[in-house]
Design a protein around this ligand. Structure first.
Ligand SMILES: [Zn+2]
Length: 403
């Protein structure tokens, strides 16, 4: 495929390309109507975008008699997206096309608390493996999306005073990943990406609260279709809300009475793990799914406490959906049942009237999908004629990039 950078014909219109972002086919007449431009402008643009491989001709339009009109649609394989989901104990990389079809992915258990250079050396090695194995045609990258388990300064994309990963403060994630490819790098908090991933397919003006329940409890909030990052980029500390649960447990933030200190998998395992002989969330949820009363009761109680905190949000923000994800949700219904019990009994009735509370649709992949969405959005906002070619570099030498 020829790259955008070496194009020599008409300059590429970002505005016209944006019309095709949804992946649906359109005829010339559709594009003229949607863009408001004249036929004489649209024709050369469609030709140029097709010549560059960004659009392909599609034969699925309805004919009104006579010759069937040519339709154009986004070529989902014209660019790829690299998504990186980093958790406190895992890293996950996925290579996808512009339709978010995952072409290849890798997940590893990994400790993030140490030196970020070591973590990113590993990420770079995995990324090169993925690109070699799943992109033999060397399709260029539209961008790289990264989710971090830390507050992220917006728009710099640098981690900001991470409580459990002090060495990561102000680390240049974008600069580090651009050793791999000179493409835009979008960095956001992991639960913001999960909220965006779970928003796929919803109406553009909906409001959705995503709550992630695992070793920690965090959230991502979309209000009327827009991600709410907060004034300093540190919105989403859902686990540190206070409520009418036990105030006796010390939270990792240094305070007593936080939700996370009673309702995270860490808290439940602290309380019932020794009695049940389990030490991981997966073992605990398996026991609950098998009907063990102690495990079921502990998870359901955590759900009730989380639901109490969510009820306050529902009364204030009137979201259409609350989505619950994370390791304590997988394979059992106890957490969701507990959440529903208290959300609907404690929230103010009017905002709760149309509310739906559901389990995460995309599970482990929600952060990867959210990263794909944000990279694709940014890609279609760029001036495509001036964009870098998106090819990744074959090697990253330490001499070129002194630490
Ligand atoms: Zn706390």
């Amino acid at each position: 495929m020829s790259s955008v950078a070496d194009a020599g014909t008409a300059p590429l219109s970002t505005g016209i390309m944006r019309i095709f972002k949804d992946g649906l086919p359109r005829t010339r007449a559709d594009v003229i109507a949607e863009s408001g431009h004249a036929r004489s402008t649209i024709g050369p643009q469609l030709d140029a975008l097709t010549a560059h491989g960004l659009l392909i001709e599609s034969g699925v339009t309805k004919s009104t008699g006579g010759r069937r009109p040519t339709a154009f649609m986004l070529n989902p394989d014209s660019y790829l997206i690299l998504a990186i989901d980093l958790g406190p104990n895992h890293l996950r990389l996925a290579l996808s096309n512009l339709r978010f079809k995952i072409l290849g992915e890798r997940t590893e258990v990994s400790e993030m608390a140490g030196d970020p250079e070591i973590v990113f050396d590993r990420i770079e090695a995995i990324a090169r493996e993925l690109l070699r194995e799943h992109n033999p045609e060397k399709i260029p990258l539209a961008g790289i999306g990264v989710g971090l388990p830390t507050p992220v300064n917006y728009p710099s994309g640098r981690p900001m005073l991470p409580p459990l990963m002090p060495g990561w403060h102000d680390y240049d994630v974008e600069g580090r990943l651009q050793r791999l490819a000179s493409v835009p790098v979008i960095v956001d908090r992991d639960n913001n990406l999960r909220a965006v991933g779970e928003f796929i397919g919803r109406s553009p003006n909906e409001s959705v609260l995503y709550v992630h329940v695992s070793t920690y409890i965090g959230s991502g909030l979309i209000v009327n279709g827009r991600l709410a990052r907060g004034a300093g980029g540190s919105a989403g500390y859902f686990g540190h809300l206070s409520g009418d649960w036990s105030q006796d447990q010390l939270c990792m933030c240094g305070k007593y009475g936080c939700l996370e200190a009673v309702a995270s998998s860490h808290a439940i395992l602290r309380d019932v793990g020794p009695e049940l002989g389990v030490s991981t969330a997966a073992e605990l949820t398996r026991l609950a799914a098998a009907g063990n009363p102690t495990a079921s009761r502990a998870i359901r109680t955590a759900g009730r406490n989380i639901g109490t905190a969510i009820a306050n949000f529902v009364s204030v923000l009137n979201p259409s959906h609350v989505v619950i994800g994370g390791s304590l949700m997988r394979g059992n219904l106890e957490l969701l049942s507990g959440v529903r019990e208290t959300v609907f009994s404690k929230a103010f009735p009017l905002p709760a009237q149309l509310l739906q509370v559901d389990a995460s649709i995309h599970g482990y992949h929600s952060a990867v999908l959210g990263a794909n969405v944000l990279v694709k959005e940014a890609f279609f906002e760029r001036d495509l004629s001036a964009a870098p070619d998106g090819r990744w570099k074959e090697s990253s030498s330490a001499e070129d990039h002194p630490r």
